[in-house]
Design a protein around this ligand. Structure first.
Ligand SMILES: C[S@@+](CC[C@H](N)C(=O)[O-])C[C@H]1O[C@@H](n2cnc3c(N)ncnc32)[C@H](O)[C@@H]1O
Length: 211
């Protein structure tokens, strides 16, 4: 898809999200060409700034608290590997990052060759392997049907008794996504983090709900 077509599709997706999608628990997908273009420039480099640190550190804390040692991690929408850098600061972990953007994956693999990285559109592609922990860090709301994405993950990539760590910034429609997720998943712990710029994230550790 060319960048012009990609941008038009993004606009339509966002318009649909604003008018309908946000009320019914849908996400707002962004085209692969847009992600490629953004990762070929410095659009997302601010994620490495210290005022973003607390919500990354919270994910590492939840991992430490709720998993046994060396639990394997699948990070869906891993970008340039910023979250991995926080794990690495702590200790080596078994980490597999997937992202729709080749540019993001190449940057992550160049900086952190010891971890595993792959270009995958998780909306429609299959990932081999089951993991103890699956993380969606500021990513789940880019999927058309976030709860369907979680169900795919439970079927294909989550070990039994596995842990989800999901973080979403505060934004219209995200409350509805959380509400729908909690029909399927039980929250073990949640934290709301606001940084010095007034940006707020909600981060939760969740497991499959027992029926
Ligand atoms: C806001 S960025 C967050 C990046 C990273 N999780 C972080 O916090 O550093 C959202 C990421 O989701 C990825 N993404 C969006 N849709 C995706 C899809 N369908 N499959 C895989 N990755 C996707 C994007 O390429 C982007 O890297």
């Amino acid at each position: 898809m060319s960048n012009v077509v990609g941008r038009a599709v993004n606009k339509l997706n966002h318009l649909f999200f604003k008018t309908v999608g946000k009320h019914i628990g849908m996400g707002s997908p962004v085209s692969k060409s847009t992600w490629e273009q953004q990762y070929s420039s410095d659009v997302w480099d601010y994620l490495e700034n210290p005022d973003e640190a607390e919500h990354y550190e919270c994910i590492v804390e939840f991992y430490k608290k709720y998993t046994s040692s060396n639990a394997s991690i699948l990070d869906i929408g891993s970008g340039k590997g910023v979250l991995y850098s926080y794990f690495k600061k702590w200790q080596p972990v078994s980490f597999f990052g997937i992202d729709i953007s080749d540019n993001a994956v190449k940057a992550a693999a160049k900086q952190f060759p010891e971890a595993k990285w792959e270009t995958v559109n998780y909306d429609n592609q299959y990932v081999d392997g089951k993991f103890d922990v699956v993380i969606f860090n500021e990513t789940l709301y880019y999927f058309t049907r976030p709860v369907k994405t979680i169900k795919k993950c439970l079927d294909e990539n989550m070990k039994s008794n596995g842990l989800f760590i999901i973080s979403m910034c505060e934004y219209e429609g995200h409350d509805k996504i959380w509400k729908d997720l909690e029909k399927v998943l039980t929250v073990k712990e949640e934290r709301t983090i606001t940084n010095s710029k007034g940006q707020t994230w909600v981060t939760k550790a969740l497991v499959l709900k027992l029926l």
